[in-house]
Structures are given as structure tokens and as C-alpha cells.
Design a protein around this ligand. Structure first.
Ligand code: ADP
Ligand code: MG
Length: 375
């Protein structure tokens, strides 16, 4: 057990790293953030910010000599970085779990091997494979780069072999998966924490609405049947167990009209669809990350109130700073801003949580505020 007073390391200085830092420092831990951006959201509130590249030998030595345990806010940490750090520190989640989730081909293959339903896909590594892959999957399909995509980046909806070829080239002819394009009923996710003794604490199933492939709204409890919700929970737990996972894990899923649930992707970290836990659960997902990193039991995940989370993107700054006063008119709304200075379109700048008696009321108010924030 690693107790308060110890120093924890965070690889990555974005908003997820920042919210981890808040949770850890609240609990009395010291936090060192490694991130190459001198103005990173997490770096500026950590005890220390090592402003260097993830493969910088000196920086890694410095980090590992001070930290007892190290975790990450993103799955694309180079495996060499993790190997170096794991020589002297606890690194959770494991390099193994990270390398599986940072590559869609590996991720989908892992799901298939473990009989966990996912949508039909074909791995594509050369142009020659595109025509036959497209024939197998059918139209429309989505071509996604296997590595380094997020928020709908590095993926294209395609309706012909020519479009698929064009998309493949646009993504530098890097390895991809071609997936069937689904007409799902809704998207759901399950965030859970698995402790070092294998005990799992999972949050309620969340319903997610994406706009332009970026998460826009999360609704909890999800408006799905008890059967669907329970199925989703079982799938997420199975994934965590199969990986012998230590840490916070999120599983994104598609709920189909015929009752099937197909896994879309796995994130080895707290997740945007778990940001509602900051205000609506006994223990939030970032405290869980601290707890599981430190070998403590996961905290209780009980939902204290129905909740709707809305992302605030850089687009909301199109004319001026959003009209925050419209949000503060409502005493049941909680604002979280990440301290990013440049509001680019599509960039996640913050989010807000609306807590209400039921999700219908919460959603209505959330949507009203979302439209009022923009001038
Ligand atoms: P990212 O890493 O960018 O989150 P995802 O694979 O989760 O990549 O895709 C982002 C969003 O795009 C999904 O949440 C969903 O809304 C939409 N999407 C992705 N794959 C499919 C698919 N096969 N069929 C329909 N919509 C999809
Ligand atoms: Mg996703």
C-alpha cells in the first residue's frame, strides 16, 4: 500500500492528468507530471512538472528516482518508456494492457480471442488488401487507423473501394481496420476500477451521444433496459479480468436494436464518459485511479443523483468566451474547466455536470445551458 505523502508520477499533462492530480493532491500525495508541453493543464497544478519528451532518458531517470508509482492519462505512451520506469517503480496499468489498447488491430483481436462481441472488421495493412476487405465488410464501412486516433481523428466513413483507398492514403498508408458501419440504438460505456487484489468496482452504465465522433453528452443512468445494462457491465468486467488489469478501465460499446452489445474500444484510463462521477458518485474515477495505483481498495461507486454531462469544446468560443453566468444561474450545475489557453475547434476545454431528480429533467436543463453558453 502506498500511502499519502508518497510521490506519484503521471505520464501526460492533459485534462485527465490534471483531474488525477487534483484527486491525488486532495488525498495528500505529491504528483510529478511528465509532459513536453510547458503549459500543460496538469503540469501547471502538479507539485512538479518535468517538461520533457516521453523518451527523454534524463527525464525518465528523474521521474523514476522520485516516484513510487507511475500511471498514465493516455494509451499511446511508448512501450520503452514504460519498460524503463517499471525497473524501479510500480507502473499501472501494465505495459501489456497499454500496448493492447493502443492498437485497434490488437484490441479487436483480443476481443475476438476472448469471445467478446465486437463489430465485424478486417485488418488492412497494404493497399492490395482494401478491395477484398471492402467486399467482406460491405458498404458503408469505416476505415480507422489502427494507432493514434482519438475523438474521431484518423477515421473515415467510406462507401466504395475508391473512397477506402483514398482514406487509406490520407492516413499515410498506416495499418488500419475496416469496420462495418453500424446503425446502433445507442452508445453506452462502463467505467470500472480493478484493484490489485482483483476486486472490481464498476460505475453505472452510461449512455453517450457523440457529435462529429466527439463525445457531446453522457446520461446516467443510461436509458436502456436492465438486461442491456447488466450485459454491458458483465462485458466490461470480463475484459478487466482477462487482462488481469490494475487501474481504471473504460469500455465503449454499441447497443444494437436486436439486444446485442458490441464493444467499440477499450481505454486503459479514466474516460470522458466517466466525468459525471466527479459530482455524482461517492468516489470519482480519478480518486479510483489514485487508489488502484496505490494498491488501495477501490472506493464505492454508488450514484448519488441522476446526472447529465456535457462537454465544452473550443467551438463554444467561436465568437467570445462562453457566457458562464448562464450556467451559474443554476445551483445544480457544476462547471469543470481544464485551464487550456487556446480554444481550438474540437478541443476539449471543459465540461459541466447537471444533477437533477431524473435524467429527463437533467438532460433538458443541460441542453438549454449548452445552447445558451454560445453567443
Ligand atoms: P475514437 O478513438 O476517436 O473515440 P471511436 O472508434 O470510438 O474512435 O469512434 C468515435 C465515434 O465514431 C464513436 O463513438 C461512434 O460515435 C462513431 N463510430 C465509430 N465506429 C463506428 C461504427 N463502426 N459504426 C458507427 N459509428 C461508429
Ligand atoms: Mg471512442
Amino acid at each position: 500500500m502506498i500511502l499519502p505523502g508518497a510521490t506519484l508520477g503521471m505520464l501526460g499533462g492533459g485534462q485527465l492528468g490534471r483531474m488525477f492530480t487534483v484527486a491525488a493532491r486532495t488525498m495528500g500525495y505529491r504528483v510529478i507530471v511528465l509532459d513536453p508541453d510547458p503549459h500543460s493543464p496538469a503540469g501547471r497544478i502538479a507539485d512538479r512538472h518535468i517538461n520533457a519528451n516521453f523518451l527523454d532518458g534524463g527525464a525518465l531517470h528523474e521521474l523514476s528516482s522520485v516516484c513510487v508509482a507511475i500511471t498514465t492519462e493516455f494509451e499511446n505512451v511508448p512501450s520503452d518508456t514504460l519498460d524503463i520506469l517499471a525497473n524501479t517503480c510500480f507502473v499501472r496499468p501494465s505495459a501489456n494492457a497499454l500496448s493492447m489498447t493502443q492498437d485497434r488491430i490488437n484490441e479487436k483481436t483480443f476481443l475476438q480471442n476472448n469471445h467478446i462481441p465486437t463489430n465485424r472488421f478486417v485488418a488492412v495493412t497494404t493497399e492490395n488488401e482494401i478491395a477484398s476487405a471492402f467486399k467482406l465488410i460491405g458498404s458503408p464501412a469505416i476505415l480507422k487507423r489502427s494507432r493514434l486516433g482519438y475523438d474521431g481523428k484518423a477515421q473515415w466513413k467510406v462507401e466504395s473501394v475508391e473512397e477506402a483507398l483514398d482514406a487509406f492514403r490520407k492516413m499515410d498508408s498506416a495499418p488500419c481496420v475496416l469496420e462495418e458501419f453500424l446503425r446502433y440504438k445507442c452508445e453506452i460505456s462502463v467505467v470500472l476500477a480493478r484493484g490489485v487484489n482483483g476486486h472490481i468496482a464498476s460505475y453505472p452504465t452510461a449512455e453517450n451521444i457523440h457529435v462529429n465522433a466527439i463525445l457531446d453528452t453522457t446520461i446516467v443512468p443510461a436509458r436502456v433496459s436492465h438486461i442491456i445494462s447488466t450485459k454491458a457491465q458483465k462485458i466490461a468486467r470480463k475484459i478487466a479480468d482477462k487482462l488481469n488489469y490494475y487501474g481504471v478501465l473504460a469500455v465503449e460499446m454499441f447497443a444494437m436494436r436486436d439486444g446485442r452489445i458490441l464493444v467499440n474500444e477499450i481505454a486503459p484510463r479514466p474516460h470522458n464518459s466517466g466525468h459525471y462521477t466527479l459530482d455524482a458518485c461517492v468516489t470519482n474515477q480519478f480518486e479510483q485511479q489514485v487508489r488502484t495505483l496505490c494498491g488501495l481498495e477501490p472506493g464505492e461507486t454508488r450514484l448519488l443523483s441522476p446526472v447529465v454531462m456535457i462537454n465544452i469544446l473550443g467551438d463554444d468560443w467561436s465568437n467570445a468566451t462562453p457566457a458562464w453566468e448562464k450556467l451559474f444561474d443554476h445551483p445544480n450545475v457544476k462547471l469543470h474547466l481544464y485551464g487550456k489557453s487556446v480554444p481550438r475547434p474540437g478541443r476539449k476545454m471543459g465540461h459541466f455536470n447537471v444533477l437533477d431528480k431524473n435524467v429527463t429533467k437533467a438532460l433538458k436543463l443541460a441542453k438549454t445551458i449548452q445552447s445558451k453558453l454560445k453567443f
